[in-house]
Design a protein. Structure first.
Length: 343
């Protein structure tokens, strides 16, 4: 049975849940306000919707702070992007909210608001994934900071990747790129390695005698090590890079360099070369999709192709293994030949 009492001029309420007493200020000098608060709490206890005063005081800012601390504690490489999602989008919308007030309806309202700003479904989903992670972290804490994780609906996105290079397009782009970027292009085309993995590659990761490149934990997106075999033109690329480095830039530790220094951002040079090659709008990441498709076309087992490209899950790999129109025509031709042979 609950009760009312005063501390100074402020009315307080006392109630019980599972035999545990709770005391809470009504923040009012009016006894009627205290009675309403007591009735609300007792009703929540009866219906199983009682969160407790401490949990009700947890706000979005606290969840966001714990989320970013988790990034820092685990030294995740995308912490800057995570903070940008919060500061620029999530905080302006949810910043004044208590955690218990962030409901499915509020999430849907956020999605509508972001769509109105021109954000893509994929961008919104990355932001909502951050929000959901905040709640999951809060629920896992001791004691928990939230009692429930709200259902967070996400807009459907078309995640089938479409961009890739045919071989003649790759050759046209190679002709247009600056000399110091051509080896970067070639390595990406043959291996499917990510741009960051390529530009951060150091000579101590390269074994020209064993014809391998070793990507170490911490240098890959998913922190998983992998080995890339070197053959043919790819091997010659690195031998040439090594010769240039040994002759002119002995102190350079990076495999791909410009004037002895690591290559940084080259978006402008890339866009210009693509435009001159008649390939406007192409992305460096299209090389990754291209390498996967080329390996499958060449008959490389998918498990091996995934090990080379660094795809951790089959679902992601399938999005990159794009079937081109040429492949469809080739399949139709083979079927026609097969049926003709049986007549």
């Amino acid at each position: 049975m609950g009760s009312l009492y005063q501390r100074g001029r402020i009315w307080w309420v006392k109630y019980y849940r599972n035999g545990k007493p709770f005391r809470e200020s009504s923040r009012s000098e009016n006894v009627s306000d205290a009675k309403r608060l007591l009735g609300k709490r007792e009703g929540e206890i009866r219906t199983g919707t009682f969160w407790g005063p401490k949990i009700e005081r947890v706000r979005f800012e606290e969840l966001a702070g714990d989320y970013l601390n988790d990034y820092r504690a685990n030294r995740r490489k995308t912490g800057v992007s995570a903070k940008r999602r919060i500061d620029q989008h999530l905080a302006p919308f949810f910043g004044a909210s208590r955690a218990v007030d962030i409901t499915t309806d509020r999430v849907r309202a956020y999605t509508v608001d972001r769509l109105g700003q021109g954000a893509s479904n994929a961008t919104i989903n990355r932001e909502l994934a951050s929000l959901k992670r905040m709640f999951n972290l809060a629920a896992e804490m001791t004691p928990p900071k939230v009692v429930r994780v709200p259902y967070i609906p996400t807009p459907k996105e078309n995640n089938v990747r479409k961009g890739f290079f045919e071989h003649e397009e790759y050759l046209a782009l190679r002709r247009e790129l600056r000399d110091h970027l051509k080896p970067v292009l070639m390595f990406g085309y043959y291996t499917g390695a990510r741009q960051g993995e390529i530009l951060s590659l150091k000579w101590n990761q390269v074994n020209l005698k064993a014809c391998t490149v070793n990507l170490e934990p911490g240098t890959t997106k998913n922190d998983q090590p992998r080995t890339i075999p070197l053959t043919g033109e790819l091997l010659e690329i690195l031998k040439t890079q090594k010769a240039i480095r040994d002759q002119n830039f002995r102190d350079c530790e990076y495999v791909f360099f410009r004037n002895g220094r690591r290559i940084g951002s080259f978006h402008r040079a890339w866009r210009g070369a693509c435009r001159r090659a008649g390939l406007p709008g192409r992305l460096f990441h299209d090389l990754r999709r291209t390498a996967v498709r080329n390996m499958v076309r060449a008959g490389v087992p998918e498990r091996v192709a995934m090990a080379i490209s660094g795809h951790k899950t089959r679902s992601v790999f399938d999005r990159y293994n794009i079937v081109a129109e040429r492949d469809l025509h080739e399949a139709a031709r083979r079927l026609e030949t097969h049926l003709a042979d049986r007549q």
